[in-house]
Design a protein around this ligand. Structure first.
Ligand code: NAP
Length: 314
């Protein structure tokens, strides 16, 4: 079996590639860069185990040639400008990477008569604030350029599946973490900041709104769920989540307490870190994944925090 992984150098692309390689897949990763950052591959011990091809997901001819030449069984589209915060500052790049990339890949698949399967990495940001735990049928209220792009791509994947019979599906991912998150994400910033406070009691950590609440899971588990969704007999969009929601304050307090520190003695709230529009609560409904695929997350927010701190300390 062969898989193409777009966004192969990121957190999920790297963990997914490792999982596929362990199953005996031939993995071809696509990166925009001719000199890709392989730091996560090196950390995971997979550098050199997958072929890396330089490519632009938005280039029709290039992607057509790639898909036709590689003839993959599975395609995972994880490439994106993936930061919600950055999407307010770089909305055009965010739209291009997500909407144009997704529709280009689907058009290539349609034009080439591609019979394999295509997974799209959706995001829980499409729901905005969740009044109830959200599933793939829940009404959507995107509140950022990133969420608008993910929402449009989710719709596009549905249209191509229904109108053209393409084997494409979206897994709508709630937040998921690992030690391989980039330093721009708040969870990584909190863990790194707390460790800095442990080393230097005078260190101050600046954060934005601590009352936002999220449904946090463990990335290694979520890349398994992507494959479950993609390989299902009947393709159905699904939400990937734990079903448990906690505030950022809870996250901060637990990280500091694992390190035997009082977070209130070290954390400053900075107005400048508040977003133009912020999702206050985001929670998924894990029941459809359990009912349809027998899959459920086994690591919730407490397990995520404990693992992040333990791995950052080593
Ligand atoms: P990530 O670490 O940021 O990796 C994304 C990869 O996409 C990067 O390694 C990069 O690869 C490529 N990329 C970055 N900017 C791009 C741009 N402007 N245009 C085209 N490609 C670009 O993200 P991740 O956490 O692994 O997430 C994987 C996917 O899941 C993303 O689509 C993300 O939006 C989605 N998602 C993630 C979460 C989460 O909690 N992690 C939650 C919901 C959805 P190259 O530089 O090598 O090209």
């Amino acid at each position: 079996m062969k898989a193409l992984v777009f966004g192969c150098t990121g957190q999920d692309g790297s963990l997914l590639s490792r999982s596929l390689l362990r199953q005996g897949y031939e993995v071809v990763g696509i990166s925009r860069s001719s000199n890709p950052n392989l730091s996560i591959h090196l950390a995971l011990g997979i550098a050199g185990s997958l072929e890396i091809v330089t490519g632009d997901l938005c280039d029709f001819r290039e992607m057509l040639e790639l898909v036709t030449r590689q003839q993959p069984d599975e395609i995972y589209n994880l490439a994106a400008q993936s930061s919600v915060g950055l999407s307010f500052r770089q909305p055009v790049d965010t739209f291009n990477s997500i909407i144009n990339g997704t529709i280009n890949l689907l058009e290539v698949a349609r034009f080439a008569g591609y019979q394999g399967r295509i997974y799209f990495a959706g995001s829980s940001e499409i729901f905005g604030n969740t009044a109830q735990p959200a599933d793939a049928q829940t009404r959507r209220y995107p509140l950022s350029p990133y969420a608008i792009a993910k929402d449009a791509s989710f719709n596009t994947v549905q249209v191509y599946r229904q109108a053209y019979g393409l084997n494409c599906v979206t897994g709508v991912l709630f937040n998921h973490e690992s030690p391989y998150r980039s330093a721009t994400f708040v969870t990584r910033k909190i863990v790194d900041g707390a460790l800095a406070c442990k080393r230097n009691r005078g260190y101050r950590l600046s954060l934005g709104n601590l009352q936002v609440a999220r449904d946090w899971g463990w990335a290694e588990e979520y890349v398994e769920a992507m494959q479950v969704i993609l390989r299902a007999e009947h393709l159905q969009d699904q939400v990937i989540c734990t079903g448990r929601m906690q505030t950022l304050e809870y996250f901060v307090a637990r990280v500091f307490s694992v390190l035997d520190l009082d977070w209130q003695a070290h954390v400053d709230i900075q107005e400048s870190l508040l977003r133009p529009s912020e999702i206050l609560q985001s929670q998924g409904n894990p029941e459809p994944m359990l009912r349809c695929h027998g899959w459920q997350a086994s690591i919730d927010v407490d397990g995520v925090i404990d693992r992040l701190v333990a791995q950052a300390r080593t």
